[in-house]
Design a protein around this ligand. Structure first.
Ligand code: XMP
Length: 512
């Protein structure tokens, strides 16, 4: 793998994703890893990420000089650029000129391998206080900016390079090309990380792990559990059984998507448990968000456990498939071990005492890779392109009591909003668009000749990279108008549609 050493900025995972976009497998490793630990992974190259420290600060994370003697190609980015330069004998100084944001980077000389043939002036994203003022002996300076005399250097012989700017961010338009050149041209790595190779590799690993055993996969209707299930199905065929719990808090068409589209694409064994009544009974009279979540989580576990006992009575199901993704693995310490808190997230919080061995075929993959794998496995775009949807479903999008009637109102309004957003081609632009029913609120309206006293529907379109932060999406007025008109016409209980224009923070994406 290419190892991305994480020096504590938010960029390490992004770098790893970009490396994989260049079809090279990469992993994020903590900057506290020792040289021996890193070399034991037999890295094809090492990338030193950016970070908030100054290389001179007390306790600043460093790098073992053993790494530069090991013959492994190294690329330093931002802080990593300074650290590499310093380790190789260059000079880093606090010049008093800081650069932040879009910066003009000039090619020096021929530009070396990384910058040759690119525009002599290119825009790149910078964020630094200190600068490399003297490149290490044996290397050439390839780029420079007003605030960084050495904005790029390389030593092609020893396969070392550094750039002060952030090639991984979209604000550096040539950044991906620079990364690609480092990986392919300087480090000499062959691009082999392709979707079909991921599928082959995972199918082989799963088959090895499960042997002739049987596995259960809980489907949530979301992308991750569907792709995980499809991969395992590819590996062990009808020794996999998928369990889908219909808790009645699903959106319009979701059950059909699973029962018809997923099954016809994969041929998987599917057990649907209809638990709608049970959930409605348990939620009767409850309005507190936390209480709702607890009830839904608890009921989910009970239903799943029952399904699991029923299955186990028929055969020996030893394995449980989970759709854990790579960012969860990195965030929970990145180790090889399984079973962290988040790994149970996808099936709605399964209890720890379930006696299963976990199968986690997505634990090396980023979300975009999961989607591509899904398409490669023949899953329909309706499943693979799905936006995130919370496990507690519509239950936490009804402010007030969840009952048959409020669910029906919200389901209809939500279907209209989704239909119009899709028709306007906005699905890619929007991270997700919760539609929320304020069942506890009423306002006066007028419709036809009469006064109405109905409920508001809130539209909450957000743009985001990872749901940790989000901005409200500036939807075109015409689309908003169509949604509003249709909802107020087609859902009699609703006489008002309002737009949530709050970023996260301070607002969360969901209302409960
Ligand atoms: P918030 O509302 O915290 O949501 O900004 C962040 C992201 O998480 C989703 N979400 C959930 N997903 N179970 C889930 O599986 C939950 O209980 C849950 N609550 C929020 C939300 O849709 C958004 O994508």
């Amino acid at each position: 793998p290419v190892l991305v050493m994480d020096f504590g900025a938010q960029y390490a995972q992004l770098i790893a994703r970009r490396v994989r976009e260049a079809q090279v497998y990469s992993e994020v490793v903590p900057s506290t890893s020792t040289a021996d630990e890193l070399l034991a992974k037999n890295p094809a190259a090492i990338i030193l990420s950016g970070g908030p420290s100054s290389v001179y600060a007390e306790g600043a994370p460093g790098m073992d000089s053993k790494l530069v003697e090991a013959g492994v190609p190294i690329l330093g980015i931002c802080y990593g650029h300074q650290l590499l330069a310093k380790t190789l004998g260059g000079v880093v100084e606090p010049t008093g000129v800081r650069e932040f944001g879009r910066t003009d980077v000039r090619t020096i000389g021929e530009g070396g391998v990384l910058h040759a043939g690119l525009p002599a002036h290119q825009t790149a994203w910078m964020s630094h206080n200190d600068s490399v003022t003297e490149a290490p002996a044996g290397s050439v300076v390839t780029a420079s900016s007003d605030g960084a005399a050495v904005a790029g250097f390389e030593d092609v012989e020893r396969r070392f390079a550094g750039v002060q700017y952030h090639p991984e961010v979209a604000h550096s338009p040539h950044g991906q090309e620079v990364l690609r050149r480092f990986l392919h041209d300087i480090a000499g790595i062959r691009p082999q990380w392709t979707t079909s190779s991921i599928v082959d590799d995972q199918v082989r690993r799963i088959a090895e792990q499960i042997g002739d055993g049987r596995a259960i996969c809980g489907l949530s209707g979301g992308v991750d559990s569907a792709v995980a299930g499809a991969l395992v199905q590819r590996a062990i065929g009808d020794r996999l059984t998928c369990v889908f719990v219909d808790h009645g808090l699903l959106r319009a068409g979701e059950r059909t998507q699973v029962e018809r589209d997923f099954v016809s694409a994969t041929g998987v064994n599917l057990v649907t448990v209809d638990a709608r009544e049970r959930f409605l009974d348990a939620l009767a009279g409850v309005t507190d968000p936390e209480e709702k979540r607890k009830i839904i989580g608890r009921e989910f576990i009970r239903v799943f456990e029952q399904a699991e006992r029923d299955l186990k009575a028929q055969g020996d199901y030893k394995f449980l498939v989970q759709g854990t993704l790579y960012p969860d693995v990195v965030e929970s310490g990145g180790g090889e071990g399984t079973a962290n808190i988040k790994s149970h997230h996808n099936v709605g919080g399964l209890p720890d005492d379930l006696q299963f061995e976990l199968v986690e075929p997505l634990r090396l993959l980023f979300k975009d890779e999961v989607r591509r794998v899904g398409l490669e496995l023949g899953l329909p775009a309706t499943i693979v392109g799905r936006q995130p949807f919370p496990g507690p479903g519509l239950g936490i999008r009804i402010i007030g009591e969840v009952n048959q009637q409020s669910l029906e109102i919200l389901r209809t309004a939500d279907a209209i909003a989704r239909e119009e957003l899709t028709a306007a081609g906005l699905d890619q632009e929007i991270w997700q668009c919760p539609v929320v029913l304020l069942a506890d609120v009423r306002s006066v309206g007028v419709q036809g000749d009469g006064r109405t006293y109905g409920h508001p529907i809130v539209l909450r379109p957000v743009s985001s990279e990872d749901a940790m932060t989000a901005d409200w999406t500036r939807l075109p007025y015409e689309v908003l108008e169509r949604i509003s008109t249709r909802i107020t016409n087609e859902v009699p209980e609703v006489n008002r549609v309002v737009l949530d224009v709050t970023s996260k923070p301070p607002g969360t994406i969901e209302w409960e």
